[in-house]
Ligand binder design. Structure first.
Ligand SMILES: NC(=O)c1ccc[n+]([C@@H]2O[C@H](COP(=O)([O-])OP(=O)(O)OC[C@H]3O[C@@H](n4cnc5c(N)ncnc54)[C@H](OP(=O)(O)O)[C@@H]3O)[C@@H](O)[C@H]2O)c1
Length: 272
C-alpha cells in the first residue's frame, strides 16, 4: 500500500559510525584542515591535530576538546619534515582515518617558477601525503578499517594560472594513489580526495588581496566580484568541507574509493 512507509519510526540523524575511531588530521590548526578536525571530533573521533605555529595549534586543540569532549593530541611541526611525520604516526600508530592536508604553494607567474619551487610543491602536496599514506595503509588493511581523505584542489580539474605547481603536484598525488585506492578497498580501506573550489580561509583572503591590488579595487569589491562569478553567489564555508570529509571518513562510505569530489558551488562548468 502506498504511503505506509514508517518514516516516523526511522532515525532522522545520519549516524556516521566512527565514534571512538582515531584520526590524524594534517595541517589542521586553521582553515580547511581545522574544519575537518572539528567535523571528525563532532562525529566522536579522537584526533591528532597539526600545524607549525604552536600557539595557534594549542588554541585550536583546546577549542575542539572543550566543544566536543574527545581526546585531542597536538603534534606541532612542519609536515614536510620527516620528523614531524614520524611524530604524527607515533602519536597515533593505529590511526583509522588520515586527512592529508598541507599548506599550498604560493601563487607565482608561470615563467617565474623555478625548479626549486616545483620541488617544494611536489614535496608538500605529493610526497608528504604519499609518505603518510604508505606508513598507515598496512595497519588499516590489517584492522579492516581505514579512510584516507586528501584535500587537493579544484585546480586539479580546471587550471588556475599562477597555481601551476599546486595543480601539478596534486594531480600527481591523485594519480599516484589511484591504484592503491582500488587495491585496498577489499580490506575496507578507502582513499578519496576532496577538490575544494573557493572557501573563506586565510589563504583565500591572501588571494583576494592580491586580486584587489592587481585591479586597483578594494578587498570588498574583489570579494563581491569573485562571489558573483560563482553560481552559488558565495564562497564555500570550511564547515562544508568538514562535513564532506567526515562522510568520506565514515563507516557509511566504504564503497566510495578512488574518487575526486569537487565541492565548488557549481563553479566547474562541466556536466561530468
Ligand atoms: N581555501 C581554499 O579556497 C582552497 C581551495 C583549494 C585548495 N585549497 C588548499 O587546501 C589547503 C588548505 O588551505 P586553507 O585555505 O585551509 O589554508 P590556511 O587557512 O592557510 O590554513 C593552512 C593550515 O595548514 C597549516 N600548515 C601550512 N603549512 C604547513 C606545514 N608545512 N606543516 C604543517 N602545517 C602546515 C597551517 O598552520 P601553520 O601555518 O601554523 O603551519 C594551517 O593550519 C591548501 O593546500 C590549499 O592550497 C584551499
Amino acid at each position: 500500500m502506498r504511503g505506509t512507509w514508517p518514516v516516523e519510526r526511522r532515525r532522522l540523524t545520519l549516524e556516521l559510525g566512527i565514534s571512538g575511531r582515531k584520526a590524524i588530521v594534517c595541517a589542521s590548526s586553521k582553515g580547511l584542515g581545522r574544519a575537518c578536525a572539528v567535523a571528525l571530533a563532532e562525529a566522536g573521533c579522537d584526533i591528532v591535530v597539526n600545524g607549525r605555529d604552536r600557539e595557534r595549534l594549542a588554541r585550536t586543540a583546546r577549542e575542539i576538546r572543550e566543544a566536543t569532549g574527545v581526546a585531542v593530541h597536538e603534534v606541532a611541526g612542519d609536515l614536510d619534515d620527516s620528523a614531524t611525520r614520524a611524530a604524527l604516526i607515533a602519536a597515533c600508530p593505529e590511526a583509522d582515518i588520515l586527512v592529508n592536508n598541507n599548506g599550498g604553494p604560493p601563487f607565482k607567474a608561470f615563467g617565474a617558477i623555478t625548479r626549486n619551487d616545483i620541488l617544494a610543491g611536489v614535496e608538500s602536496n605529493m610526497l608528504t601525503p604519499i609518505a603518510l599514506a604508505q606508513a598507515l595503509l598496512p595497519g588499516m588493511a590489517m584492522r579492516k578499517f581505514g579512510r584516507i581523505v586528501n584535500i587537493t584542489s579544484g585546480s586539479v580539474r580546471a587550471p588556475i594560472a599562477g597555481l601551476d605547481v599546486s595543480s601539478g603536484a596534486r594531480a600527481g598525488l591523485t594519480a599516484f594513489l589511484a591504484s592503491a585506492a582500488r587495491n585496498h578497498v577489499r580490506d575496507n580501506v578507502t582513499i578519496n580526495s576532496i577538490q575544494p573550489g573557493t572557501f573563506e580561509t586565510d589563504r583565500q583572503r591572501s588571494a583576494l588581496e592580491r586580486a584587489a591590488a592587481q585591479r586597483g579595487v578594494s578587498l570588498e569589491t574583489a570579494r563581491a566580484d569573485a562571489q558573483a562569478r560563482n553560481p552559488a553567489h558565495r564562497f564555500g564555508e570550511p564547515a562544508e568541507i568538514g562535513a564532506l570529509c567526515a562522510f568520506l571518513a565514515s563507516a557509511r562510505a566504504g564503497f566510495i574509493t578512488g574518487q575526486n569530489i569537487l565541492i565548488d558551488g557549481g563553479a566547474f562548468p562541466g556536466a561530468f
